[in-house]
Write a protein that binds this ligand. Structure first.
Ligand SMILES: NC(=O)c1ccc[n+]([C@@H]2O[C@H](COP(=O)([O-])OP(=O)(O)OC[C@H]3O[C@@H](n4cnc5c(N)ncnc54)[C@H](OP(=O)(O)O)[C@@H]3O)[C@@H](O)[C@H]2O)c1
Length: 337
């Protein structure tokens, strides 16, 4: 529970839908905010609950109505869903119909043969656990988090179809699927009558894999994309230019996905050059990195993480300077290619 909250009564900003743009997700009826907020690393049991609450309020006040969860977000696994559920009950319960909330399953979650992968057994029971942790009646999107090579893709898609048909989620999504797997998933889901809404891949200036086939599939099939880690977990900002600051993601011992090994001299050299281009455009590197993902026509929404409400404000300013001239693009390509 949240204690010592200086402002227990939350009245959302009445002007919240006049701040950012909303873009259609593929050929669906759904509009998504150009910037969405993910709860991967800063909403766990180890994090400040008051700060988590302040971030969710800040995001919603600015028009960010899409929040992204997964069964294993924390740290510890499951705890980001608990945090979200507690805050939802206190601040957002009367705004459920304004929110688009996602969760996922695919990576390891609990011990034994049914706690990971792509089986109907795992995906359905994990979805039920996620609903219980968040206290939600349904998710807007439920994703298969990653392709499981040991489960027939037909079975994983059958699980998504069942999750939607049984009312546990409104739409089906896939994440981290390669182009050919995506094409297959789309075709199977179409045949089941539960079309794929969205793909969630990683995309940033240091990781452009989606440009090699995936975006072609998504555009041709009318599927939207919500791209994650646009800031390469914070490396594509100016925060690591003078070493690893205390409390940064790379300095947190409980986080295994970002550390010293990811912040090499070679990478920092590129970050410095990109930072100069961002300065010449009159924006921070974080803002330029976000704006850069959004110029890809296959990208519906850019999914950031944040560790403070101030970072959300800073990231939102990316939307005020979205254009890149030809020289900017050529200069950026020369650095990142
Ligand atoms: N589908 C998947 O497999 C998958 C995988 C990973 C993530 N995701 C989703 O994508 C979301 C975003 O991923 P991510 O957290 O890696 O995104 P990210 O935006 O690349 O990185 C977030 C980190 O960047 C730093 N940051 C954010 N705004 C900043 C700013 N304005 N200035 C300076 N630093 C800033 C913060 O680092 P500090 O904490 O150091 O302050 C923050 O924790 C996740 O929450 C999750 O929902 C999905």
């Amino acid at each position: 529970m949240i204690t010592h909250d200086p402002n227990p009564l939350y009245a959302p900003n009445p002007d919240r839908y006049n701040h950012i743009k909303y873009q259609r997700c593929g050929r669906s009826g759904i509009l998504l905010p150009r910037l969405s907020l993910g709860l991967w690393q800063n909403f766990g049991a180890v994090n400040s609950q008051a700060n988590a609450r302040a971030m969710l309020r800040k995001a919603f006040d600015e028009g960010i109505c899409h929040f992204d969860l997964a069964n294993n977000y924390g740290p510890n696994y499951g705890s980001a869903e608990h945090t979200f559920g507690n805050i939802f009950k206190q601040d957002f319960v009367h705004h459920r119909d304004e929110l688009f909330i996602a969760s996922k399953a695919g990576y390891d979650m609990w011990p034994g043969p049914y706690g990971k992968g792509g089986s109907v057994k795992y995906l359905v029971s994990s979805c039920d656990q996620s609903l219980a942790r968040t206290g939600l009646k349904y998710f807007d999107i439920f994703y298969h988090h990653c392709m499981d090579p040991e489960t027939p893709i037909e079975e994983s898609m059958r699980a998504l179809d069942y999750i939607v048909r049984s009312g546990r989620a409104l739409y089906a999504g896939i994440s981290n699927y390669r182009p050919e797997q995506t094409r297959e998933a789309i075709s199977i889901l179409n045949s089941l009558g539960t079309p794929l809404l969205v793909h969630q891949p990683r995309y940033n200036m240091f990781d452009r894999w989606i440009e090699n086939g995936l975006t072609d599939v998504l555009l041709a099939e009318g599927i939207g994309s919500i791209v994650f880690s646009p800031l390469a977990q914070g490396v594509l900002t100016n925060k690591y230019l003078k070493g690893i600051p205390a409390n940064s993601r790379a300095a947190r011992p409980e986080i295994i996905h970002l550390g010293n090994k990811d912040i090499t001299t070679e990478k920092l050299d590129k970050v410095k050059q990109l930072n100069s281009i961002a300065e010449s455009r009159g924006q921070s590197l974080a803002q330029m990195a976000i704006a850069w993902t959004l110029i890809n026509p296959a990208v519906t929404s850019c999914l950031i993480g944040a560790s403070s409400p101030e970072q959300i404000t800073d990231c939102l300013a990316a939307l005020n300077n979205p254009e890149f001239n030809e020289k900017d693009i050529l200069d950026i390509n020369a650095i990142i290619c």
